[in-house]
Design a protein around this ligand. Structure first.
Ligand SMILES: NC(=O)c1ccc[n+]([C@@H]2O[C@H](COP(=O)([O-])OP(=O)(O)OC[C@H]3O[C@@H](n4cnc5c(N)ncnc54)[C@H](O)[C@@H]3O)[C@@H](O)[C@H]2O)c1
Length: 386
């Protein structure tokens, strides 16, 4: 007899067999902090061969692969050098460079007919994003953007709740969050200098909070943005006890806020901070005509759900609250899912798991915040033809 009859109704979570007869030949562009997470996940896949890597800094790619005990991987001094070497027969690249070179690396790879997993944020400006989409369309290759938090089961639950109609028509969203002291400089200044990062807290963690809610509601087009950004903390030497000189290099935003109008009459109220005198500027809330959802913030604000969510609704006219418990997906690694879903899209000819057609709106909002903050007024979002 079956152990438990209810087990028959459980979702089938059996491991899908991967076709190992066809190996995907992968190159890594930019061998810094996040490239390591890509490598660890690629190495778990039975159908991947890491054949090349590139970094602008002399010896960095060689040291990186030596750390994985893989001296056979061919190393190059730039994305161009690597992609120009046709003998590599690359199928795919991970673009793990700082934000300022995302566009040039992704476009160059797509033009060479190579599939691209591009780290978040997509790039720096909406104009660059449109150029990337053009190259993607011309190439017919897979381009997926590295938003792994949306692959988390709790994130998926937010989308399921919205799609179930339990909230009715969504009309107002508040999202974003921040850290009390959390300017990221563990490996130097590539996150805080305009010449490498281009965007600060907005590009590092702001894009995640935008993706959390926009993905849930089907990524409506942004229409107007009234944005603000500042850098009161990143420019203070006391923020870097061991490297006070970083304060002078700080040339991006450490706080941003915006009021965004989306297609469909939805208002998006947003704020993000790398540093502030506050525990959190608020939870994420999605308000609808039939119910509202509260998604607790986290201390680190890296795009995850901070605790059990609450659904506020009426039952027979009585205000009621339902707790949506946190789903524990065990040791499920979101990076593994990000890499696997990219490889599956390449091998099966299926759409990109995190498509540029959505993320260009994420980039358009970030870009809109910059343009509006500089103009000192609300601006209309203009997305270049692509
Ligand atoms: N998805 C995530 O969870 C996550 C986490 C951290 C960082 N990131 C993103 O990953 C990107 C990289 O972050 P990081 O912390 O690894 O940065 P990093 O500064 O540690 O590494 C970037 C590397 O890219 C190299 N590089 C730049 N342009 C290049 C080019 N044209 N060709 C070859 N190499 C080039 C640099 O020399 C540097 O070594 C950023 O865009 C960041 O937002 C994503």
């Amino acid at each position: 007899m079956a152990d438990n009859i209810l087990d028959r109704f459980k979702e089938n979570t059996e491991t899908v067999t991967v076709d190992t007869s066809r190996k995907v030949r992968v190159g890594i562009i930019g061998t810094g902090w996040i490239a390591e997470a890509h490598m660890i996940s690629y190495l778990k896949q039975p159908d991947v061969e890491i054949v090349a890597g590139a970094d602008l800094i002399e010896g960095k790619a060689e040291a990186f692969f030596a750390g994985f005990n893989m001296p056979e991987v061919k190393c190059y001094r730039s994305h161009k050098e690597m992609l120009d070497d046709e003998s590599l027969q690359l199928d795919a690249v991970s673009v793990c460079t700082y934000n300022r070179t995302h566009a040039e690396c992704a476009i160059y790879a797509l033009n060479k007919g190579v599939n691209v997993l591009l780290e978040k944020p997509m790039c720096v400006t909406v104009e660059e994003a449109a150029e990337i989409v053009k190259a993607e369309k011309a190439s017919g290759k897979v381009l997926s953007i590295g938003f792994q938090p949306r692959l988390d089961e709790n994130m998926k639950m937010i989308k399921k709740i919205v799609e179930s109609g339990k909230l009715g028509k969504v009309y107002y969203i508040q999202t974003g969050g921040g850290r009390r002291h959390g300017i990221p400089t563990p490996y130097g200044t590539s996150f805080i200098e305009d010449k490498t990062a281009g965007i600060g807290a907005l590009g590092d963690i702001g894009c995640y909070s935008l993706d959390m809610v926009l993905n849930a509601i089907g990524y409506p087009k942004p229409l107007t943005v009234s944005g603000y950004k500042s850098n009161f903390f990143g420019t203070r030497p006391d923020r870097y006890p061991t490297h006070p000189e970083y304060a002078e290099k700080f040339t991006v935003d450490d706080f941003a806020a915006a009021f965004i109008r989306l297609e469909g009459g939805i208002i998006l109220d947003f704020r993000i901070a790398w540093d502030m005198h506050l525990d959190t500027p608020g939870d994420t809330i999605i308000m609808g005509t039939e119910g509202s959802l509260r998604i607790p913030s986290t201390e680190c604000w890296n795009g995850s759900v901070g605790g059990a969510m609450t659904l506020y609704h009426d039952i027979c006219g009585e205000p009621t609250q339902t707790t949506v418990p946190i789903i524990d997906s065990g040791f499920d690694d979101l990076f593994d899912k990000k890499i696997r879903s990219f490889l599956d899209a390449i091998k099966n000819g299926t759409p990109a798991p995190v498509p540029s057609s959505q993320i260009i709106y994420n980039q358009a909002i970030i870009d809109g915040i910059f343009k509006s903050a500089e103009a000192g007024r609300e601006i209309e979002v203009v997305i270049p033809e692509c």
